[in-house]
Ligand binder design. Sequence first.
Ligand code: PBG
Length: 344
Amino acid sequence: MSGHDYSDVSRAIDMATGGRRHRRLRRTAWSRELVRETRLSGSDLIWPIFVRDGGGEAEPVPSMPGVFRHSVNGCVEAARKADDLGIPVIALFPFNDTTRRDENGTEALNPNNLVCRAVRAIKAAVPQIGILCDVALDPYTSHGHDGILRDGHVDNDLSVEALCQQAIVQADAGCDIIGPSDMMDGRVALIRAALDGQGLRDTMIMSYAAKYASVFYSTFRDAVGSSGVLKGDKRTYQMDMGNGDEALREAAQDIAEGADMIMVKPGLPYLDILVRLTQEFNIPCFAYQTSGEYSMMMAAAERGWLDGDAAMMEVLTAYKRAGAAGVLTYFAPRAAEALRQRGV
Ligand code: PBG
């Protein structure tokens, strides 16, 4: 140390820190591995998949690079892949063009609709995989809202009635987890009662408890064919971005109404909400890494502005560190593959 009194500096640092040097544990790969607090695994992931009518090749969703709309057979293949990779659950979302949409979203109640057919096909071929189905009318309505309109307003009680019916047809088809994403009041209680009334007591409910009116759903709406059709916005039912305490009230109520699991959505801009809910409630709480979060990262990676794999792992780990029991993510197969290669 050319002329520099190194030992003086070292002694001063030892005095100031009491000899506690945090870098000691970070010095080698093995010691970092040894003391890591949060570890992601394939079993933490839920993979959202888009299903479309007809056969043939998977159809790319341009605004979500690496994401496709699959035929029913393609969904069965995806379920096999998920199972091989140790992903425990897939979430199914239907793409419907305008011909299958109407004012009241009646196709949602059809026991032979696209989602129900996909659920049956997957359950027949890969019975060991869990299936989650969204409960909301937006893939089926001509106006793109999650519920039924009355005098131009999304009517809560009218919508809940339809949502209960939608939950029943999906659970009847073999769906394991009902995911009410509609944000109507009282829907968890009424869906639970409706399922129990049909003897579907084992069907779980993962409620989108804190779902915010967000710009980060934009590319999902492309994927399900809702972007062009949505009239207005969803702020009369989805939560306001400025509110945190309200998320606690929403979650408490969904749990009281019978939710088995809850969810925060979107994930990254609402990590604080995830922390608050996981600390407050002793129930599995999931994060939804939404389409917009996915597309944003993919776009930056495509430009070479981010290392895509590294960004994916960093953000997925952040959800777990914040307390999530698991993450719904379009990265699921890619992340599970990367984890497998590392032998995790
Ligand atoms: C439907 C629903 C949406 C998402 C999941 N379920 C969109 C919305 O509420 O407009 C978003 C998923 C994503 O962006 O990845 N209610």
